[in-house]
Ligand binder design. Structure first.
Ligand code: NAD
Length: 361
């Protein structure tokens, strides 16, 4: 029987519409092969939503997302909205949708594909074979903690304030996702904090250590965030699964991204306790190349694969997409961000076309 899914598409800004177009075509094709029917509904977010409605996350968008089986997001943001107050900027839409859907766990794989080892800025022997999953807490920590804002002091000088706060319950629930994820991979979990300086990190370390008693098969280690950043570029193969808070995860996942050679290759999944998950590339809206048919659509396509695997429980269809991506790379097709000598340079649309051709080959 045909399985039906309602998917909300959020193209957003910049290269968003270009790359999500490719992913939608890939999903439609894979759907035909695996007897899955996707009903796509598009909604506004980010700068596009600001221009149309005045706010970065209209209530109608949140409603549409809540009424779907999964949400596929491209990216938001652009220079033209950078001067707006922070609660009206595109980024507020991103934070709002994560909070609105209760998406507290962000899974960011950084896998070095053998075809792209030389795209990394690090030496081949350092990165070859690295396969890391960063599990980042997404709805707590310094991006949400109160008080926050720019306040005037008694002398009239301005003072900017953000608060990093985590409750035991928040740490435990992301810890569980991380231990479970590590279990499905190499059973090694590294928890990253700043417990030598921050009290919130001391609680983080205490809670994760306590939780580890329930996962005796997972080898737990701890690193301070500065050391973790260094170790990621020194010897990335020492890592299997990393768990960390919102701010540290934001930074470390971008370092892990760079190990792979291109941010244009990296998907992510954001999951809650129930309801639809959100699947999006790690990269932003790349306004510098928007509308020029230069964007790499593969992170978006791989996000669609993560949607099938983690959101819709369709691992065979996810495998088919990932295999097609590898075939495209094996055949030598590259967008500018992952281009190397002797390869065939293609734009976003052409990359989509060769990808579609790879299915069934
Ligand atoms: P970015 O990820 O958009 O771009 C960084 C660099 O990587 C740029 O040189 C860009 O051209 C390149 N790049 C990114 N994605 C690519 C792709 N698919 N193919 C080829 N090259 C790619 O980050 P930025 O420049 O710091 O931010 C630009 C805008 O995106 C800002 O408004 C920012 O707030 C927003 N942003 C959004 C998200 C998101 O939607 N999740 C994430 C990060 C940044």
């Amino acid at each position: 029987m045909t399985q039906q899914y309602r998917i909300t598409l959020l193209p957003g800004d910049g290269i968003g519409p270009e790359i999500i177009g490719v992913a939608t075509e890939v999903l439609s094709l894979v759907g035909k092969q695996f007897d899955l029917q996707f009903e796509f509904q598009e909604a506004l977010i980010g700068g596009a939503a600001i221009d149309a409605t005045g706010v970065p996350l209209p209530e109608a968008t949140l409603e549409t997302c809540r009424n779907s089986d999964a949400v596929l997001l491209a990216a938001i943001g652009g220079y033209q909205w950078d001067t707006l107050p922070s609660h009206l900027r595109p980024e507020a839409g991103l934070l709002g949708i994560r909070a609105g859907l209760g998406l507290f766990a962000n899974l960011r794989p950084a896998t070095i594909l053998p075809q792209l080892v030389d795209a990394s800025t690090l030496k081949r022997e350092i990165v070859a074979g690295a396969d890391i999953m960063v599990v980042r807490e997404l709805t707590g920590g310094i991006y949400f903690g109160q008080p926050k804002g720019v306040f005037e002091t008694e002398t009239g000088a301005k003072r900017g304030v953000n608060t990093m706060a985590y409750t035991e319950a928040e740490i435990e629930r992301i810890g569980r996702v991380a231990f479970e994820t590590a279990r499905k991979r190499g059973s090694k979990l590294c928890s990253v904090d700043k417990a030598n300086v921050l009290e919130v990190s001391q609680l983080w370390r205490e809670c994760i250590t306590k939780l580890s008693a329930e996962y005796p098969d997972v080898e737990l280690s701890h690193l301070y965030v500065d050391n973790a950043a260094m170790q990621l570029v020194r010897w990335p193969k020492q890592f299997d699964t990393i768990v960390t808070g919102n701010l540290f995860g934001d930074i470390l996942s971008d370092i892990a991204a760079m190990l792979t050679g291109s941010i244009g290759m990296l998907p992510s999944a954001s999951l809650g306790a129930s309801g639809p998950g959100l699947f999006e590339p790690v990269h932003g809206s790349a306004p510098d190349i928007a509308g020029q048919d230069k964007a790499n659509p593969l992170a978006q396509v791989l996000s669609a694969a993560m949607m099938l695997r983690y959101g819709l429980n369709q691992p065979a269809a996810a495998d088919a997409i990932e295999t097609a991506v590898e075939k495209v790379l094996d055949a030598g097709y590259r967008t500018g961000d992952i281009m190397s000598e002797g390869m065939k340079l293609v734009g976003c649309r052409a990359m989509g076309d060769v990808l579609l051709e790879m299915f069934g080959k």
